[in-house]
Design a protein around this ligand. Structure first.
Ligand code: G6P
Ligand code: MG
Length: 214
């Protein structure tokens, strides 16, 4: 039986996928690299350095480690400038209710975000107290699609992976959930999330009743 739900943050609960996208796009423009929505989709759910490496696939020259560090932190500055101004109005519609409904149904909740800005964002959105466990992204060595982060979330809740459901908006995230041995709910476009066990247009459509019996 299902005992816990593990949520991704960016693009599922918080309206930040567009902010990450804009920050990468701005960085790409800074250094004269082409950026389109297809690359933007590939960056979703991928950690900061992994995202930069994808962006630099199109670069006409090689970048040193120091340069890459500087670029990654510049992107983060662009991103932080925006989320410093965030409040509960930046929750995606229905997000608070989706998490609360899981708690009301007696299940546990966890957050599995690769973002090192997740704690700040949870505070800004006013939902930090809704999660029984929040994975610390600084302690995750292998990025999504590796299962490490979802396994860490299940462990943090004291549950078996098979007792958990994962909710994700990114291709890499769905793959991470499945590799962890969990069922996956995809939030967003069917095309990108064909692998999900259940696909919903947005988090407002999430209903824990579909996953619990009785
Ligand atoms: C999430 C987002 C990604 C982001 C990653 C790292 O997975 O979906 O777009 O690259 O977190 O976030 P950070 O805020 O630490 O750069
Ligand atoms: Mg996401």
């Amino acid at each position: 039986t299902m005992k816990g739900v593990i949520f991704d943050l960016d693009g599922v609960i918080a309206d930040t996928a567009i902010v990450h996208h804009a920050a990468w796009k701005r960085l790409a423009a800074d250094i004269g690299i082409a950026f389109d929505d297809r690359i933007g989709e590939r960056l979703k759910g991928v950690d900061r350095r992994g995202s930069l490496d994808i962006l630099l696939e199109k670069a006409p020259r090689a970048y040193s480690e120091d340069e890459k560090e500087a670029l990654a932190s510049r992107k983060n500055d662009y991103y932080r400038q925006q989320i410093e101004t965030f409040g509960p109005q930046h929750l995606l519609p229905g997000a608070r209710n989706a998490v609360e409904s899981v708690r009301r149904a007696g299940l546990k909740t966890a957050l599995a975000s690769a973002s090192r800005n997740a704690p700040l964002l949870l505070e800004r959105l006013g939902i930090a107290e809704l999660f029984d466990y929040v994975v610390d992204a600084n302690h995750i060595g292998r990025a999504k699609p590796d299962p490490e982060i979802f396994l860490a979330a299940a462990r943090g809740l004291g549950l078996e992976p098979s007792e958990c459901l994962g909710v994700e908006d990114a291709v890499a995230g769905i793959a991470s959930i499945h590799a962890a041995g969990m069922k996956a709910v995809g939030i967003g476009h069917a095309q990108a999330l064909a692998e999900a066990d259940l696909l919903l247009p947005n988090v407002a459509a999430f209903d824990i009743g579909l996953f619990i019996s009785g």
